[in-house]
Design a protein around this ligand. Structure first.
Ligand SMILES: Nc1nc2c(ncn2[C@@H]2O[C@H](COP(=O)(O)OP(=O)(O)OP(=O)(O)O)[C@@H](O)[C@H]2O)c(=O)[nH]1
Ligand SMILES: [Mg+2]
Length: 473
């Protein structure tokens, strides 16, 4: 009986598309074989890539993942820098000169703010009231004009460096140093610093009484960090004279500008920072202010300490209210959250001056604590900036003026801390989806020694829990 099925014979129809086309010329054959080799190469590269991604995923699963949360200016990035200093000191050292530029920019920002207030005063006195009607303590004179004029070239440097750090995009408005997410700005500053040190040296510092004028070569504001150092050194007497001038201080106060309370305030350290050979101390680096934009993930392997060789992923976020929705994708698979909440009960949020800062932290804490995605995550609460709290209590700021429910408890740091700790702890108990330990520390992120001790304890706790979860212990 003949089979109804057609015999495949020696021709395999599945192979037909792979067969060389009939009448293939030699050139076509070479091209076809080359294309086949290229396809195999690409396929192998993809396989290797997939294997590497799988390995990286596996590694990330074993690594310790920490998320830094808290409102803007709570100290998240400063805690990250402390982590770096404590556990990756070589890496921290390699970045020291990058921070020099940030600190110089912080100093220039304070000068810029002062000059803006003075400028507004002059414009105001030109337009409305005659100068004579100003209270005597607020009358700016020609010496102030000279100081302002001699410092104005610094502003051009600030603009150029910010532009370089942000790849020519504006680096945010106002007076806070802001950079795009990612570490690209650090590479740019490092590179600029290196090329500047190999370039012919700039002229020796200029006469302090005549710092670079807009037309002088140093005022071209190339964004070269070594030029900023030169110009700051040349201007340091003027900066100190401006900041220490009693009339300028009174004008700033009358305009409710309190530079000392600003993050990244370095005017009191001008003589040191504006010196040609200035190298930032660890504390300076912790005090530097640079606003985080977006979300930054930092991976590092600890170089020293009890757990040297441990891989960490620390995610640092922007704390502004408008940015908080960007945190959520990072809640997955994180072992611990360090939640920073300075007890700045006398302050409101920059982004919404109707909202008290501690109230905002408490609300944010409630949201984090109650989030089901974070039910198993260790939450570590840091009442950061305890030095700032101490200074305000010492200055006689009354808590019950801002927080009436504080009542007539003693107006001291211990009572204030206990009062708010009880509140945060009550939220933690009430809103956690399942019971978990309440872990709490008072910190001062600009004090690297005390912070290192606390971070050592925190690191140990997190790693132990993580190893337990991975069933390694
Ligand atoms: N005095 C004092 N200043 C601190 C402390 N912790 C941080 N700072 C300073 O506060 C400012 C803000 O700290 P950051 O670490 O930049 O704050 P952040 O939470 O990362 O803020 P965003 O990036 O805007 O979300 C910086 O100038 C820090 O140096 C502290 O304990 N005491
Ligand atoms: Mg930050």
């Amino acid at each position: 009986m003949r089979s109804h099925r057609a015999s495949l014979g020696s021709i395999d129809p599945l192979n037909i598309p792979l067969q060389p086309p009939p009448n293939e010329t030699d050139e076509e054959k070479v091209a076809r074989l080359e294309a086949a080799r290229e396809a195999t190469r690409i396929s192998r590269t993809i396989d290797v890539g997939l294997a590497e991604s799988k390995k990286a995923l596996e590694r990330k699963k074993r690594a310790v993942k920490i998320l830094l949360l808290g409102q803007s200016e709570s100290g998240k990035s400063s805690v990250l820098r402390n982590f770096r200093l404590a556990f990756t000191p070589k890496y921290f050292e390699s970045e020291r000169l990058v921070w020099k530029t940030v600190i110089q920019l912080n100093l220039i920002s304070s000068i810029k703010k002062t000059l803006k207030v003075l400028q507004d005063e002059w414009e105001g006195s030109d337009s409305d009231a005659p100068a004579a009607s100003k209270p005597p303590g607020l009358s700016l004179n020609s010496e102030h004009k000279r100081l302002a004029l001699s410092l104005s070239p610094l502003l051009a440097f600030e603009t150029s460096i910010s532009r370089i750090m942000n790849s020519d995009a504006p680096g945010g408005e106002g007076y806070t140093v802001t950079v795009r997410p990612g570490g690209g700005w650090k590479d740019k500053l490092t590179h600029l610093g290196r090329s500047a040190s190999t370039a012919p040296t700039a002229p020796e510092s200029q006469s302090p009484s005549s710092p670079s004028s807009p037309s002088s070569p140093t005022a071209e504001a190339s964004g070269d960090p070594s030029q900023v150092t030169q110009v700051l050194a040349a201007c340091q007497n003027e900066i100190i004279a401006l900041w220490e001038d009693p009339i300028v201080r009174r004008v700033l106060e009358a305009n409710e500008v309190y530079l000392q309370d600003d993050a990244g305030f370095f005017l009191d350290d001008t003589a040191r920072i504006a010196a040609l050979d200035y190298v930032p101390s660890d504390r300076d680096i912790m005090r530097a202010r640079i606003r985080t934009l977006g979300v930054e993930e930092h991976r590092f392997i600890t170089e020293s300490g009890l757990r040297a060789g441990t891989e960490f992923f620390i995610t640092d976020v922007c704390g502004s209210s408008s940015q908080r929705s960007t945190w959520i994708p990072y809640f997955d698979d994180v072992q611990a959250i360090l939640f920073l909440a300075p007890l700045a009960f006398w302050q409101s949020l920059d982004e919404d001056t109707k909202v008290n800062r501690v109230q905002d932290s408490l609300e944010l804490w409630r949201e984090i604590v109650s989030n089901p995605l974070l039910a198993k995550t260790a939450l570590i609460l840091l009442f950061n900036k305890k030095d700032v709290l101490q200074a305000h209590i010492n200055a006689g700021i009354m808590v019950n003026k801002y927080v009436p429910s504080f009542g007539d408890r003693p107006n001291d740091v211990a009572s204030v801390t206990k009062y708010f700790r009880d509140k945060f702890s009550a939220y933690h108990r009430k809103f956690s989806p399942q019971p978990r330990q309440f872990i709490f520390y008072e910190t001062e992120a600009i004090d690297t020694k005390s912070t290192a001790v606390i971070l050592g304890e925190v690191q140990e706790q997190i790693i132990r829990n993580h190893l337990k979860d991975l069933d390694v212990m």
